[in-house]
Design a protein around this ligand. Structure first.
Ligand SMILES: *[C@@H]1O[C@H](CO)[C@@H](O)[C@H](O)[C@H]1NC(C)=O
Ligand SMILES: *[C@@H]1O[C@H](CO)[C@@H](O)[C@H](O)[C@H]1NC(C)=O
Ligand SMILES: *[C@@H]1O[C@H](CO)[C@@H](O)[C@H](O)[C@H]1NC(C)=O
Ligand SMILES: *[C@@H]1O[C@H](CO)[C@@H](O)[C@H](O)[C@H]1NC(C)=O
Ligand SMILES: *[C@@H]1O[C@H](CO)[C@@H](O)[C@H](O)[C@H]1NC(C)=O
Ligand SMILES: *[C@@H]1O[C@H](CO)[C@@H](O)[C@H](O)[C@H]1NC(C)=O
Ligand SMILES: *[C@@H]1O[C@H](CO)[C@@H](O)[C@H](O)[C@H]1NC(C)=O
Ligand SMILES: *[C@@H]1O[C@H](CO)[C@@H](O)[C@H](O)[C@H]1NC(C)=O
Ligand SMILES: *[C@@H]1O[C@H](CO)[C@@H](O)[C@H](O)[C@H]1NC(C)=O
Ligand SMILES: *[C@@H]1O[C@H](CO)[C@@H](O)[C@H](O)[C@H]1NC(C)=O
Ligand SMILES: *[C@@H]1O[C@H](CO)[C@@H](O)[C@H](O)[C@H]1NC(C)=O
Ligand SMILES: CC(=O)N[C@H]1CO[C@H](CO)[C@@H](O)[C@@H]1O
Ligand SMILES: [Ca+2]
Ligand SMILES: [Ca+2]
Length: 595
């Protein structure tokens, strides 16, 4: 007991000003206190019955997102592609793939989005192109300036046999070098053989990629999400990377090497900065740059300084898992916020197309809880389509698997790497194909739970994931949540408490029960919050309705309550922003209280 009390006392010192509140320098940053919504276009809505989602499908459903209240949609790649890696292998950066529609369809999408006050963000995949891209074909033929658009090296001759120039390994297993018999050189590919890496040491290539930005900015996009940014530049000495001893992985596995020459290179940051300058030269709405890098906190934070507004924070994907304890949450949350430099904005990613769904990672009933943490913390929340419904992974048989990351791993290991389970079609309603497609077949199977887990049903239930998410999106606009100080507290081994405060106002408070049994604590004392508070949202099992006053000095949170719902009996606007709020997040139970 003693030890736990000491821990909580130390933690209560962890009170800090969110970076965003320090200065008005973020005033043009429309994304600051909002939710950003990732759309995986193949799976969102199919407009023509071919079983694959498309741009017209997205356009037809933008109302859903306006209704939810998100500020922006980020579209995963829509570009011309042989689809070896479902659009992350691009054969023309300025063309829409026919699977998704046409440029005219895209323009209609942007127009509709703007009329609904939604921003449009495009994925930008700069690490490589498709080997079918005309640039690559010309590079093979050494046509200037394309000869330098890719990373070419001579073979290393060992006792008369041709060997790759060094030991670099592909993320998709095996040597990252592929021999080209026409050019008589090896080219470098961080990903599949069909995805040759672009050479950012070529200024002509750099300019070419800037033209890609210009092309889409001229069509009205509001920013870019840059894919796999940390792989952008390689060390120019092409030295072998050091081996990590005894990893237990095969020699062809990239996890056997320390990627000191192929990732997180200093030049990468300068390239990002040049993109920042380019997009800032565009007038009108401030443009958003998001960068994706699964890397260390220090390298992640560095992107802030070089012009990325949102270097993705993956703590809910990498650091916090289902068995995590309150202290694990606190440690990861604090560490990230403390990395955010003054004038920059924290961000919280809850899921994406490369990872298991949030409702599957944390158990089927807990999706909302992570969304609640992302909502009450300062900054931007970034959610993946379907997570607002609590959609879960749909297990795939080997036969059903089509993701190259799964297929390459083979029939005994594909379950560990396939991303298909998190990419199944969006569940709109209980009709055929979940309302996703009128066709006979969909590109990935629909999860059979769509009969009850779908948007149409959830809209009618005040206690659904959808209804909760919608209220959380609105909560981001609460002035206290926008600009208040943040305190993250551990209350014994089972509650996590988060309080947001402004001077002379009642705080906004979140209490999370991370234990699966009924627990109680004197939260009032631990968090220095008012003794009496009123229920804002509670689920059925909590046996608390909105407006019920509760005593926070003896806050009892039950275990086992039912599923992912919470009863939402009052609209936030009728309560007013000056209230006290408590969000109680049990493994199985959720309730939001206000004073
Ligand atoms: C931001 O901070 C700087 C330095 O403290 C100050 O000079 C400036 O006036 C502030 N800007 C706003 C809009 O508050
Ligand atoms: C990409 O496609 C557009 C038409 O959408 C075409 O004008 C352009 O030349 C293509 N670019 C390349 C590099 O092939
Ligand atoms: C090259 O040949 C020499 C002499 O036959 C041999 O000692 C050496 O191991 C060979 N090197 C490789 C990498 O096969
Ligand atoms: C990268 O830059 C940092 C400082 O900006 C410097 O300390 C470091 O040595 C550089 N790394 C390389 C490999 O040049
Ligand atoms: C932005 O506006 C300025 C002043 O009106 C103009 O000179 C400039 O060309 C514009 N830039 C772009 C990229 O449209
Ligand atoms: C997340 O986990 C990684 C690897 O375990 C660690 O290096 C990193 O510091 C953690 N990040 C945060 C924000 O806690
Ligand atoms: C992969 O997962 C599915 C669904 O959970 C299961 O049926 C299948 O047996 C698993 N396959 C392997 C090789 O583990
Ligand atoms: C679906 O299947 C029916 C019956 O097999 C067929 O008549 C129809 O053309 C198919 N529709 C599509 C879009 O393929
Ligand atoms: C509750 O948690 C304990 C310990 O983590 C575990 O053994 C038990 O199975 C859980 N009970 C339920 C109903 O999930
Ligand atoms: C959610 O609300 C519906 C309709 O009010 C109700 O039937 C259902 O039991 C609730 N679910 C839970 C888990 O409380
Ligand atoms: C939770 O459920 C388990 C198994 O159904 C039961 O044994 C336990 O008493 C329940 N706990 C609470 C607090 O309801
Ligand atoms: C992090 C990451 O690997 N991002 C993308 C980079 O490109 C590869 C290959 O196209 C994709 O599979 C990744 O999703
Ligand atoms: Ca379609
Ligand atoms: Ca690269």
């Amino acid at each position: 007991m003693q030890g736990l009390v000491i821990v909580s006392l130390i933690l209560s010192l962890g009170c800090f000003e969110p970076a965003s509140a320090q200065n008005g320098s973020t005033s043009g940053d429309w994304w600051k206190d909002t939710f950003i919504y990732q759309i995986y276009p193949r799976s969102f809505k199919d407009s023509n019955g071919d079983g694959v989602g498309d741009l017209n499908g997205i356009t037809s459903k933008l109302d859903h997102l306006a209704d939810l209240g998100v500020s922006a949609v980020w579209l995963s790649p829509i570009y011309a592609s042989p689809m070896v890696d479902f659009g992350y292998d691009i054969s023309n950066f300025t063309a829409v793939d026919p699977t998704f529609g046409t440029l005219a369809d895209f323009t209609r999408l942007v127009t509709r989005a703007k009329s609904l006050k939604l921003k449009v963000i495009l994925d930008f995949v700069p690490n490589h192109s498709s080997d079918k891209h005309p640039w690559f074909l010309k590079s093979v033929q050494k046509v200037k300036p394309y000869d330098e658009y890719y990373i070419w090296r001579d073979a290393k001759m060992v006792n008369g046999t041709r060997q790759p120039p060094n030991n670099w390994l592909s993320e998709f297993q095996g040597s990252a070098w592929e021999w080209n018999n026409q050019r008589k050189q090896y080219y470098y590919h961080e990903f599949t053989v069909g995805q040759p890496d672009l050479n950012y040491r070529s200024s002509a290539l750099q300019e070419e990629m800037k033209n890609v930005f210009r092309f889409w900015l001229n069509l009205g996009v509001d920013g870019f999400r840059v894919d796999a940014i940390n792989f952008l530049v390689e060390d120019s000495r092409f030295l072998d990377e050091p081996k990590i001893p005894n990893t237990g992985f095969a020699d062809t596995d990239p996890r056997t090497l320390r990627h000191i020459y192929t990732s997180d290179q200093n030049e990468t940051y300068q390239v990002v900065q040049s993109w920042r300058q380019l997009i800032d030269s565009y007038n009108g709405t401030r443009k958003l740059l998001l960068t994706e890098a699964y890397t260390t906190p220090a390298y992640t934070a560095k992107y802030f300084q070089y012009g990325s507004n949102i270097p993705f924070n993956f703590i809910f994907l990498r650091n916090i898992t289902s068995p995590s304890k309150p202290l694990d949450y606190k440690r990861a949350i604090d560490r990230f916020i403390n990395l955010v430099p003054p004038g920059s904005i924290p961000n919280w990613v809850t899921g994406n197309h490369d990872n298991s769904r949030v409702a599957s990672r944390f158990g089927p009933h807990r999706a909302d809880q992570i969304t609640m943490i992302a909502a009450i913390l300062p900054g931007v929340a970034i959610i993946y389509n379907g997570d607002e419904l609590g959609m879960v992974d749909r297990p795939m048989s080997w036969k059903e698997t089509i993701d190259p990351a799964g297929c390459n791993a083979g029939p005994s290991r594909y379950n560990l790497t396939s991303r298909d389970p998190a990419r199944t079609p969006f569940q709109w309603d209980a009709t055929k194909n979940a309302g996703f497609s009128s066709g006979n077949k969909t590109w990935l199977p629909i999860n059979s739970n769509y009969k009850f887990l779908n948007l149409a049903t959830e809209k009618t239930l005040a206690n659904s994931s959808y209804s909760i998410t919608k209220k959380l999106v609105a909560l981001k606009q609460n002035p206290i949540v926008k600009t208040g100080t943040t305190m993250v507290t551990v209350i014994y081994a089972y509650f996590l408490g988060i309080a947001r405060r402004l001077p002379n106002q009642n705080p906004v408070v979140l209490v999370v029960n991370l234990y699966n049994h009924t627990m109680h604590a004197d939260v009032a004392t631990f968090m220095n919050i008012p003794k009496y508070m009123t229920v804002y949202i509670a689920n059925a099992a909590a046996k608390l309705t909105a407006g019920t006053r509760i005593d926070t000095s003896f806050l009892q949170l039950q275990g086992n309550a039912s599923v992912y719902q919470a009863v939402n009996t009052e609209d936030s606007r009728t309560i007013g922003w000056k209230s006290h709020w408590i969000v109680d997040m049990n493994l199985f139970r959720t309730e939001i209280l206000c004073g």
